[in-house]
Ligand binder design. Structure first.
Ligand SMILES: Cc1cc2nc3c(=O)[nH]c(=O)nc-3n(C[C@H](O)[C@H](O)[C@H](O)COP(=O)(O)O)c2cc1C
Length: 209
């Protein structure tokens, strides 16, 4: 089965892309509105792309009726946001925060999510998130006035204490249970893990023959 992109409408392209490129990590982005309302929304067109500087990117589209999402309105104004990650205990609240909330109703407030102050920027982080990164806007790419690809530069990491071994600089994987986005309202757990031996490449494998 194959499709030329030009033969498939936007909606079906979205389905073809998101049905296969999965699971996707989820950025649960907190921002601040003009009157101080703290906004939180999940984005799974998201990933991390560099460490020097730490660069994350996520894509915010318009709502089907053309309204701009609060996350983009707030980032456009302040150039500051926090990327929080989600684990199993927070997954349902993350999902619920994707509802259509008016700009003056903060999702964390409405859903009873605890906030913690950021150090370098104004938007707070979600206090119970396993990991969060304070970000300032690095670059924004406007895709056909319909979608903004927002790239953030990380300024500070926050890690829930019990998840991290600071001496080894390693995560306690057995305690970290991130959730991935499949498609639509489907998610996956990540506890079924697989380890392969280090890849050796053709040179070493040939020498062993
Ligand atoms: C798991 C998940 C992932 C999502 N990913 C995206 C995304 O990548 N881009 C996007 O524009 N909306 C995405 N959404 C929808 C937004 O979260 C939703 O439109 C939200 O209401 C935006 O909130 P805001 O107006 O407070 O910014 C996603 C929703 C869920 C549940």
């Amino acid at each position: 089965m194959q499709y030329a992109v030009s033969d498939v409408n936007d909606h079906d392209r979205y389905k073809i892309l998101t049905a296969f490129v999965l699971p996707r990590p989820i950025a649960w982005v907190t921002t601040v509105g003009p009157t101080g309302t703290v906004n939180a929304a999940p984005f799974s067109f998201f990933n991390v792309f560099a460490e020097d500087p730490p660069i994350v990117m996520f894509a915010v589209n318009k709502r089907p009726d053309g309204r701009i999402k609060d996350t983009w309105t707030n980032i456009k104004r302040t150039a500051e946001f926090v990327v929080n990650l989600t684990d199993e205990p927070l997954a349902r609240a993350m999902h619920d925060s994707s509802g259509d909330f008016p700009p003056d109703v903060g999702e964390p407030d409405y859903l009873g999510l605890k906030l913690a102050p950021s150090v370098d920027i104004k938007p707070p982080r979600l206090a119970d998130a396993p990991w969060a990164m304070e970000c300032k806007t690095w670059q924004v790419i406007n895709v056909k006035d319909d979608r903004q690809l927002i790239m953030g530069e990380g300024l500070r990491f926050h890690i829930r204490d019990e998840l991290w071994d600071p001496k080894a600089m390693r995560v306690h994987m057995e305690k970290y249970h991130p959730i991935g986005r499949m498609f639509a309202d489907r998610y996956c757990r990540t506890d079924d893990r697989v380890i392969f031996p280090a890849a050796e490449g053709p040179k070493k494998a040939a020498a062993a023959d």
